[in-house]
Design a protein. Structure first.
Length: 568
């Protein structure tokens, strides 16, 4: 007798498919009451089953098609709005398509007659159910109802404040948004900053165009356009930001820098504001710095096993300088704060001088430089020397004075951490010399120089195999024969990753250990090419090689390797 899934239980179908065992079904039956889930969801929660396999089995059992993830990428907001958000979230449904005679609704539980009947009353049209996975639905609901809320608020300029701006003395900066021509701009700024905080954005770009404004968020290192306010609102947006930042509201011809301290219900955020004039108006860039608890450790930054052991070895030395180099936004400060978190203990006095203090670490004395009141890096560091420090973190070596003090710290028994803007590890050494530090002092003080970048991770929900083009292989210095041995991966885009194909970032590192041979080269003024050759002979992995390893493991894509590294 042939097996008919429409007359079988879900567990029987899954066993027939070879996806689970009888014992796993029995365990799930015992635990499903504790989880308050159905049998299939319990198997997924226990890790015995993938959600996609569960949907396939349900499709066979119910004879209801599964909604395709590619069809969820560009839903019409007018269709999604047919179902009110509270009902959609509570009952796990979303409207995905509308024709003249039916509305297609993706559901996690299409057998629930009460939900289907309620939908018919709300929509006042026949319903065609589709199957959708729980995690996919959660991301889809968040994405589209967030867009609906945002669009509505931009169009109507309504909404209540979800944060307050405060000055240095924690006094609230009050801006009247209840009346007057600036009210819509105030509310829109509230919306922009609130959505940026929710999305994990690091930078907000508000820029004038010829016919509109454009608001973009930098998420996972890449800019994404989130809204386009009317161009007539742009001057009002800029004016409100100037008021909140205590900048000159009348000055439109010169760049200005300021900051806003924000308090929300769950966290405090420091916003660094930069305004610059363009030919069509002033552009605003706001960098968001979370004042909350620092959640990174050395183990979740992307270090490989060997690199992690090497890094830990050098950060536990009693004296010398460890420098992390890279461009803005490459994770330098995150790495150094994770290093301090690793080595901090009750016996060491750790002091930092930063501009600004990006992360708060409890148990460490952190000093924020402020040139407006005369507290420069140099002045702050000289006072630190009288604070009996064991370990010092200098936010950035940016001039001869800072570099000179860092060198002197390291040569008098202190362990020093700092950052520097340079392209790679060997050029970091020559950059110190260019700043004006004699080669013999550089050679005597350096322990470890590490260059780093952040590459985006391939989204695990939409990852697929990828065949690179000949041009891409040339750009990473690889032949087609070598490429055929690698299983390249790329995200095709889905609702989980906002159709980018990437989710999160990981670090790639180039570690130059200042061993005696390299110390000798620096002492004698060798150029960065000679230093690089000696480091490679000592086993140093270049940034490119580190990225290639991540690519071969399927963690990142060939596009990210090309974007962030150069073939030597």
């Amino acid at each position: 007798m042939s097996f008919n899934p429409q007359f079988a239980r879900l567990g029987e179908i899954l066993v027939h498919m070879g996806m689970v065992t009888e014992d796993q079904i029995k365990e799930a039956l015992v635990k499903q009451n504790n989880f308050r889930l159905k049998i299939g969801e319990t198997l997924v929660k226990l890790g015995y089953l993938k959600e996609s396999v569960l949907l396939t089995a349900l499709q066979q059992q119910l004879d209801i098609p599964v909604v395709k993830e590619k069809d969820l990428l560009e839903l019409e907001l007018t269709v999604v709005k047919i179902i009110p958000e509270p009902f959609a979230v509570e009952n796990r449904v979303i409207a995905v398509k509308k024709t003249n005679d039916t509305v297609f609704v993706a559901m996690t539980d299409p057998e629930n007659i009460m939900i289907v009947d309620s939908l018919k009353k709300i929509i006042d049209m026949p319903i065609t159910p589709l199957l959708i996975g729980e995690s996919t639905l959660t991301d889809t609901l968040e994405r589209y109802y967030k867009s609906i809320r945002t669009t509505s608020q931009v169009e109507d300029a309504v909404g209540n404040f979800e944060f307050v701006a405060v000055d240095e003395d924690e006094n609230e900066i009050t801006i009247d948004s209840k009346s007057g021509e600036d009210a819509p701009a105030v509310k829109l700024i509230n919306l922009i900053i609130t959505e940026a905080i929710k999305s994990g954005c690091t930078d907000i770009h508000i820029e004038p165009l010829s016919k509109s404004s454009r608001v973009r968020f930098r998420i996972d290192g890449a800019l994404r356009e989130v809204m386009s306010p009317p161009v007539h609102m742009h001057p009002g947006l800029v004016s409100i930001i100037k008021v909140m930042s205590k900048l000159n509201i009348a000055e439109r011809r010169l760049p200005q820098d300021g900051h806003i301290s924000l308090k929300t219900a769950v966290k405090s955020v420091d916003v660094r504001v930069s305004l610059t004039p363009t030919v069509v108006g002033e552009k605003v860039v706001m960098r968001l710095l979370d004042k909350g608890e620092f959640g990174f450790t050395l183990t979740n930054l992307g270090f490989t096993g060997d690199n992690l052991d090497m890094f830990k070895k050098w950060i536990k030395r009693p004296y010398g300088i460890n420098i992390v180099s890279g461009p803005t936004g490459s994770g330098k400060s995150t790495t150094l704060h994770a290093a301090l978190k690793e080595i901090m203990d009750i016996e060491n006095n750790i002091v930092t001088v930063e501009d600004p203090v990006e992360y708060r670490l409890d148990g460490i004395c952190q000093i924020e430089a402020n040139s407006k009141i005369g507290l420069t890096f140099g002045k702050a560091l000289r006072s630190v020397l009288r604070q009996d420090p064991d370990i010092v973190l200098i936010g950035e070596i940016r001039d001869h004075e800072t570099a000179d003090i860092a060198i002197k710290f390291s040569l008098t028994g202190h362990l020093v951490f700092s950052t520097l803007h340079a392209n790679d590890a060997p050029s970091t050494v020559t950059r110190l010399i260019d700043i004006g530090i004699p080669p013999y002092l550089v050679a005597s003080s350096l322990n470890l120089v590490m260059a780093q970048r952040l590459v985006r991770r391939v989204c695990p929900h939409c990852v697929g195999d990828y065949k690179p083009t000949d041009e891409e292989l040339v750009n990473i210095g690889m032949t087609r024969e070598e490429a055929d041995k690698i299983n390249f991966k790329k995200g095709v885009g889905c609702v989980h990753c906002d159709n980018t194909g990437y989710s999160g970032r990981t670090g790639i590192f180039e570690m130059l250990e200042v061993i005696p041979k390299i110390r000798h080269l620096i002492f004698n003024g060798a150029n960065q090419d000679l230093i690089r050759d000696a480091a490679l002979e000592n086993g140093m992995l270049s940034l490119h090689e580190s990225a290639i390893i991540k690519m071969k493991e399927g963690e990142t894509s060939i596009g990210e390797v090309i974007k962030f590294t150069v073939v030597e």
